[in-house]
Design a protein around this ligand. Structure first.
Ligand code: HEC
Ligand code: HEC
Ligand code: HEC
Ligand code: HEC
Ligand code: HEC
Ligand code: HEC
Ligand code: HEC
Ligand code: HEC
Ligand code: HEC
Ligand code: HEC
Length: 312
């Protein structure tokens, strides 16, 4: 019994920690309710200083790492410039640069950082799922990937060029992309973000696709999509492409799931099988050597307009 209640307490604490740290929705809701939110640090409230005053002491950062970035747009109209992110900073200025009186991102939780960034970036289709993403849930912050001042990449102010950035945390995927047959992200032919939204999506694995459709693949491989007069049924199902291919890389040619193409086909087909509901037919021909390289003859494996057995 004692053991049970200790575990129960642990779970409760974990749940509490999860809500306070990882639920940016709660945080932004609190922020709008009151300026003195206890979710964001105390520095988030106070008097704004004149925008230009920051330049007097942070001249180099201003000129090299702000005025040249997209965020210089925050100096326009009546926005707060640097203070749009670092919070109202009159107290920091009055204190001669008192660092305890200003928001410092390195002291914030990922959810707090996201709450600040998404005051402006929430509405975009691209970033709107971040609060539910695998990344935020695992402590990955906006600033793990973006650096407003020290970007190492001109695109999207990424901390590092994209492939290097993703590989930095995803070692097993790095290994997959080193296999002989792969999507060549190493030379930029394809990027992780062509298939994934790093800010999260509504479907599993942060894949860019409507649920259950492999639009993520067919947007580039349009020829596999059809419609064909003679469709190959599995290409049209929910799992679709991934029945037969791996998405990242493989030791099998054409990034197939299995080494020999006949084993792939025989996962569903079996020689001389009689047609039955939900079961593919045949082949009626045997499995002698002559027939093993199935796609030597059935070349149009994704579907055909001319041949019911995908010969041309
Ligand atoms: C009177 C000079 C002065 C002015 C004006 C000033 N700062 Fe500072 N600021 C400093 C000093 C000194 C530090 C501490 C040393 C450092 O890290 O550069 C500092 C630190 C900071 C930090 C924390 C750096 C860290 O190490 O994390 C931020 C953020 C910051 N300032 C933003 C601003 C903003 C935004 C403005 C304009 C509203 C501003 N400062 C105006 C002097 C100033
Ligand atoms: C879009 C939000 C944003 C704006 C606008 C912004 N900062 Fe920052 N600032 C950050 C973040 C995030 C960091 C943490 C370091 C990083 O990731 O680049 C940071 C870090 C800093 C630091 C710590 C030193 C460093 O380079 O790490 C200083 C000082 C600073 N900012 C000052 C300023 C000043 C001055 C301005 C206006 C000229 C400004 N910031 C505008 C987000 C912002
Ligand atoms: C006060 C509003 C505001 C805040 C807060 C803010 N941004 Fe921005 N952000 C902008 C504006 C405005 C632009 C430039 C216009 C545009 O490209 O949409 C921009 C541009 C960007 C871009 C480049 C988009 C592109 O197409 O190249 C990135 C990345 C970005 N912000 C990330 C962040 C991150 C990370 C934070 C938090 C540390 C943050 N922003 C906080 C307003 C904001
Ligand atoms: C895991 C890394 C990662 C994290 C975490 C992340 N981003 Fe991004 N972000 C990217 C990449 C990569 C791109 C470029 C996407 C592309 O190529 O289309 C991007 C693009 C953007 C853009 C431009 C999107 C557009 O409209 O085209 C904005 C704005 C942005 N991020 C803001 C944010 C904000 C705000 C956060 C936190 C709430 C955040 N990002 C968290 C990696 C990340
Ligand atoms: C051609 C499209 C495509 C590209 C490019 C791509 N992915 Fe994926 N990735 C997928 C698909 C589809 C899945 C889901 C696999 C599944 O459901 O079994 C996935 C799954 C994942 C997963 C979940 C674990 C796993 O391996 O199943 C991670 C992590 C991942 N990808 C990271 C990356 C990274 C990092 C990059 C860039 C270096 C990248 N992906 C490039 C399509 C892609
Ligand atoms: C700071 C480390 C870090 C960076 C940088 C990073 N990730 Fe992640 N990523 C994680 C963690 C941690 C998880 C959650 C654990 C897991 O599933 O591996 C995750 C999860 C994912 C998932 C979902 C996996 C699943 O099974 O649901 C995908 C897809 C993914 N990341 C892609 C990317 C892409 C693409 C980039 C580059 C734009 C990137 N990541 C950059 C740490 C990172
Ligand atoms: C951004 C465009 C893009 C997307 C999205 C994409 N691919 Fe590709 N794919 C390519 C390119 C380009 C090549 C050729 C690569 C080369 O020549 O190295 C390729 C090659 C392939 C190959 C053939 C490899 C070989 O050995 O000839 C297969 C199989 C494949 N992709 C499957 C998929 C699947 C499955 C998906 C969805 C998970 C997908 N692709 C999504 C661009 C894309
Ligand atoms: C029933 C298994 C199967 C399914 C499902 C499938 N493929 Fe294939 N695909 C193959 C085989 C087998 C090959 C190799 C053909 C050969 O030997 O030339 C191939 C080859 C490819 C190639 C290499 C170029 C070509 O056309 O020969 C691409 C690209 C490709 N598939 C993309 C896709 C995409 C995208 C999907 C999902 C829409 C998909 N495949 C679904 C079995 C399949
Ligand atoms: C994921 C299961 C699956 C895989 C893997 C698969 N098939 Fe199929 N195949 C089917 C289904 C289901 C049908 C439709 C049968 C029907 O219409 O009754 C079909 C139909 C066919 C047909 C047309 C038969 C006809 O007369 O309608 C041919 C030819 C065929 N497949 C060849 C192949 C080859 C060659 C491979 C390997 C590259 C393969 N299939 C892999 C499930 C699969
Ligand atoms: C040498 C060419 C050739 C090869 C290789 C071949 N097939 Fe066939 N396949 C045919 C022909 C021709 C037909 C038409 C029916 C017949 O005459 O037997 C056919 C028909 C089929 C059919 C439709 C059902 C039927 O029997 O009428 C399926 C399913 C099929 N093959 C699957 C496969 C699979 C799986 C492989 C690999 C193990 C394969 N084929 C290898 C030539 C080939």
């Amino acid at each position: 019994m004692a053991c049970f209640s200790v575990n129960g307490l642990r779970l409760l604490l974990l749940a509490l920690a999860a809500t306070s740290l990882f639920n940016s929705e709660t945080i932004s809701a609190q922020t709008t309710k009151s300026q003195t939110s206890n979710a964001l640090p105390a520095q988030a409230s106070g008097q704004y200083a004149d925008n230009a005053v920051c330049q007097t002491c942070h001249q180099e950062l201003w000129e090299k790492h702000f005025a040249t970035t997209p965020h210089s747009a925050l100096l326009k109209s009546n926005q707060h410039g640097c203070q749009s992110c670092h919070g109202p900073a009159q107290a920091h200025v009055d204190g001669g640069g008192d660092v305890t009186k200003i928001i410092r991102f390195e002291t914030l939780s990922p959810a707090q950082t996201a709450a600040i960034c998404t005051t402006c970036h929430q509405s975009s289709l691209e970033t709107q799922n971040f609060s539910k993403s695998a990344h935020l849930a695992n402590g990955v912050s906006c600033t793990s990937c973006h650096s407003p001042h020290k970007s190492g990449d001109v695109n999207f102010m990424l901390a590092k060029p994209q492939t290097e950035l993703c590989f930095g945390c995803h070692a097993s995927q790095k290994a997959e992309f080193a296999r002989p047959y792969r999507h060549r992200v190493d030379v930029g032919l394809v990027q992780c973000s062509d298939c994934h939204n790093p800010h999260g999506t509504q479907v599993g694995h942060q894949v860019r696709a409507a649920a259950g459709q492999f639009a993520v693949c067919t947007k580039c491989h349009t020829d596999t999509m059809g419609p064909y007069v003679f469709e190959h049924a599995p290409v049209k199902t929910d799992e679709s492409c991934l029945f037969c291919h791996t998405p990242h890389g493989s030791t099998n040619s054409r990034m197939l799931q299995v080494n020999n193409v006949n084993f792939l086909c025989l996962r569903c087909h079996s020689p001389n099988m009689k047609p039955a509901a939900g079961r593919p037919i045949g082949p009626s021909h045997d499995q002698s050597i002559k027939y093993q390289a199935c796609t030597m003859c059935h070349t149009q494996i994704h579907g055909s307009n001319f041949s019911p057995i995908f010969f041309r």
